[in-house]
Design a protein around this ligand. Structure first.
Ligand code: ZN
Ligand code: ZN
Ligand code: FE
Length: 764
């Protein structure tokens, strides 16, 4: 034991947070040996418990190192320690966990390759250039797990027998690979193969050599990643980009790119401290960054931001070392809205005839897990797509959510299950209207239920009867005789953000969104609520306009623009000669007018997203839309100057009307005012309207907390400026989404909390 200090102290240390299933106990063990600490470590209810006995000095540095040197994927919320009676310990030991229910959190997300492994890649004889190197602190997790407990034979590593060298490391508690389930090396682990013109290449050097040549010539390669396939090509080669767009059947959406290293990344993009930290984090998400140097124009397709990644797999590092390209497109390997491809058989079937080569490795991906996407606004990371690196880390909530299944929304779906006080959000599933995606949804629900030993007792779904998630929930409720409740879409949005910020009280909820069914049968999407988890009262909203053609307006924003103009100007609007109208087929225009007049297939909507659509179309920016939310995104994209006055708008009790704003926009368009100014003024109008109405509600009802959510808060300009307004307003506290997506991908969390509260209050 400690000889420097004869005063022996014993402490009971509680570490709370996400510390299970990430190699935390072996880490504590090694730390204890290093600091000559005796005692034990064990799993506790909310983290790990450590009994540690040593000289005062050693014990202190031991406790400090817990935080300082903790495994990458762990997330320590707090460390508390109390002095207790010293005992007679002969060593330090890892105690076996005796509580099964503790095991529920023990699935770590996939972790990017760590620095130590990158160094082993050069130095360890049996892992020299081993493209799937990993250790306890890094490597695949969620993507390879079949079932719990997390053990090699319950992962897709089960087919690989460890060699003697790997086994020695695996059983040695002092080794970094102690109990690293996917541990492998060049002698025993999975390996890469390339399929080129019907020939298989197994030699890694040859694969890289061939990739270098193919990429140089603008070829498209499918490469298997951690949670699914990527389609990869040279990001500087416009021809390659055009070909990729054809393969993906994707017309307008920008492609994510992977840079060789951070240095290169910062030569192409503006990168602040927080963005740098996020893109380098072990989660390695795609981070949306401002471009400063262009790649091939087709990559970002007119947007001034770029979805960027740094290498996350050892293979990626080796790839960039062996090819001449320094920036590659790394887009999800799927066609259109289908889920990303994970199996080699499907890659062969769907991609072999389209791409120039397929690069795979012979370890199966079990759980599909797309790249996560985030951006930084006002120095805070905002997750837009929560998947690889994030899932299935639970979100700690204040309520008991045990046994609740929240089905989520329909577009950008993600569902959620509750275990105790942990909300476990699924990976990004996607648009359920795609059949393959819907199957993926059902399969993932079954898998989550099994993996987390989930006993479903209550189901909660969106109140939109047509959502496939709602229909699935209905069937499940019927089949299993489980009670089901329905939640209004925007109430769930607000509850999601409340849950993220641990709020449980009456708040003002402001939802700015695409669409969601309202309780009056209209389509909502710009709502001011007084709400808590149980219920909401709608106290204000944007003015209703018809959406001629119903769902057609999503792909044809011009329809919404016409609806606004027709309501404001009557039939005279046609004489305004707004340039965007020239792009519209005259017959279709007449049909649109007719449908508004007759109120046929023209549901009323107050959605903020549709208002942004209308303005984007009037400005000629997006008369038609190639992908979800393209029009609002392009409208934001043209803003150059922040400092312009808002347009006028009016508030009549509950209804905020932008009629005067639209009129001024029309005259600005006719006067050829630059669209960047019009867009900035329009944004400022929305920001001012939201801010003023919120303050008014706050004063009227005496509520000082306001919670924002909904897809529109992915608009950086809107989000940042609104946040700034509230920062200066000290008597109102504003909460915005950050770690949980503001879009429909975050809705299931809100549904879960609403269901939990209603159950607690016996309202079910
Ligand atoms: Zn590692
Ligand atoms: Zn081995
Ligand atoms: Fe929504």
């Amino acid at each position: 034991m400690d000889t420097k200090n004869d005063h022996i102290i014993c402490k009971l240390i509680k570490v709370s947070g996400l510390v299970q299933g990430v190699g935390f106990r072996p880490f504590i063990y090694r730390l204890a040996i290093e600091h000559q600490v005796y005692g034990w470590v064990n799993n506790g209810n909310d983290g790990v418990l450590i009994k540690a006995q040593a000289g005062a000095e050693s014990l202190n540095s031991f406790i400090q190192d817990i935080k300082k040197k903790a495994p990458l994927a762990s997330d320590i919320w707090s460390i508390t320690h109390d002095e207790v009676q010293p005992e007679n310990f002969g060593n330090f030991s890892i105690r076996k966990s005796n509580n099964q229910s503790n095991e529920i959190t023990e699935i770590s997300p996939d972790i990017a390759v760590c620095h130590e492994c990158l160094s082993d890649l050069r130095n360890q004889p049996h892992r020299k250039n081993y493209p799937l190197i990993n250790c306890t602190n890094c490597g695949p997790r969620f993507s390879i797990i079949h079932d719990l407990p997390y053990d090699r034979h319950k992962t897709t590593m089960k087919d690989f027998q460890m060699c003697e060298t790997c086994h020695q490391e695996y059983v040695n508690v002092l080794d970094r690979r102690f109990h690293a389930q996917p541990v492998a090396c060049n002698n025993c682990g999975p390996s890469y193969q390339m399929l080129l013109n019907g020939q298989i290449i197994n030699n890694l050097d040859e694969i890289f050599h061939t990739l270098d040549k193919l990429l140089k010539h603008g070829k498209i390669i499918a490469i298997k990643g951690t949670g699914g396939y990527h389609l990869v090509c040279d990001a500087i080669n416009q021809q390659a980009i055009s070909k990729l767009r054809e393969i993906k059947m994707r017309d307008a959406k920008s492609f994510a790119v992977m840079f060789k290293n951070e240095e290169l990344l910062s030569s192409y993009t503006e990168l602040n401290k927080n963005e740098k930290a996020e893109i380098n984090s072990w989660k390695r998400p795609i981070v949306l960054l401002k471009s400063k140097k262009v790649l091939a124009a087709g990559v970002s397709n007119g947007f001034n931001t770029l979805g960027c990644m740094l290498p996350s797999m050892p293979f990626h590092y080796l790839l960039f070392e062996n090819i001449r390209q320094e920036v590659l497109v790394f887009t999800s390997g799927n066609i259109s809205d289908e889920p990303i491809i994970i199996s080699d058989a499907e890659a062969l079937e769907k991609l072999e005839n389209k791409v120039d080569a397929i690069v795979s490795y012979n370890r199966e991906i079990f759980n599909r897990n797309d790249d996560s996407v985030a951006f930084v606004a006002n120095n805070i990371v905002r997750v837009m797509r929560r998947s690889r690196g994030f899932v299935p880390s639970p979100i700690r909530v204040a309520a008991d959510v045990e046994g609740i299944f929240a089905a989520g929304a329909e577009l950008t779906n993600s569902f959620c299950i509750g275990r105790g006080k942990q909300a476990i959000l699924s990976q990004h599933i996607g648009d359920l209207k795609n059949w393959g995606t819907f199957l993926f949804y059902k399969e993932s629900f079954e898998r989550f239920s099994r993996m987390f030993q989930f006993q479903n007792r209550l189901i909660v779904a969106d109140q939109h009867p047509d959502y496939l998630s709602t229909q699935f929930a209905n069937e499940l409720a019927l089949k299993s005789s489980i009670p089901i409740i329905y939640v209004q879409h925007h109430h769930a949005h607000i509850a999601s953000c409340m849950a993220e910020h641990h709020l449980d009280e009456k708040v003002i909820g402001v939802a700015m969104d695409g669409t969601g069914l309202g309780t009056d049968g209209n389509i909502w999407g710009a709502e001011f609520f007084l709400c808590d988890y149980v219920d909401f009262e709608r106290v204000a909203h944007f003015e209703y306009y018809p959406l001629p053609g119903g769902d057609k307006v999503i792909k044809e924003p011009w329809r919404t623009a016409v609806a606004y103009l027709y309501k404001i100007y009557g039939a005279e609007f046609n004489k305004l000669n707004l340039p965007f109208l020239q792009k519209i087929n005259k017959q279709e225009l007449q049909l649109v007018i007719k449908s508004i007049d007759k109120g046929f297939n023209a549901p009323l909507s107050c959605s903020a997203g549709r208002l942004f659509d209308a303005v984007a179309a009037m400005l000629g920016i997006s008369v038609f839309s190639g992908f979800h939310a393209e029009a609002p995104m392009r409208l934001e994209n043209v803003i150059e100057n922040n400092f312009v006055e808002p347009y006028p708008f009016s508030v009549d009790n509950e209804v905020i009307s932008f009629e005067t704003c639209i009129k001024e926009i029309v005259s600005d368009v006719l006067a050829k005012v630059p669209i960047s100014n019009i867009s900035a003024r329009f944004h400022n109008t929305i920001i001012t309207a939201i801010f003023e109405k919120t303050i008014q509600i706050s004063q009227k009802y005496g509520i000082s907390k306001v919670v924002f959510s909904g897809g529109s808060f992915q608009n950086r300009y809107l989000l940042e400026h609104l946040e700034h307004r509230f920062e200066k307003k000290h008597d109102v506290a504003a909460y915005f989404p950050a770690r949980v997506p503001a879009n429909d991908g975050g809705i299931a969390l809100g549904q879960l909390l609403i269901a939990s509260k209603r159950r607690e209050m016996n309202f079910i």
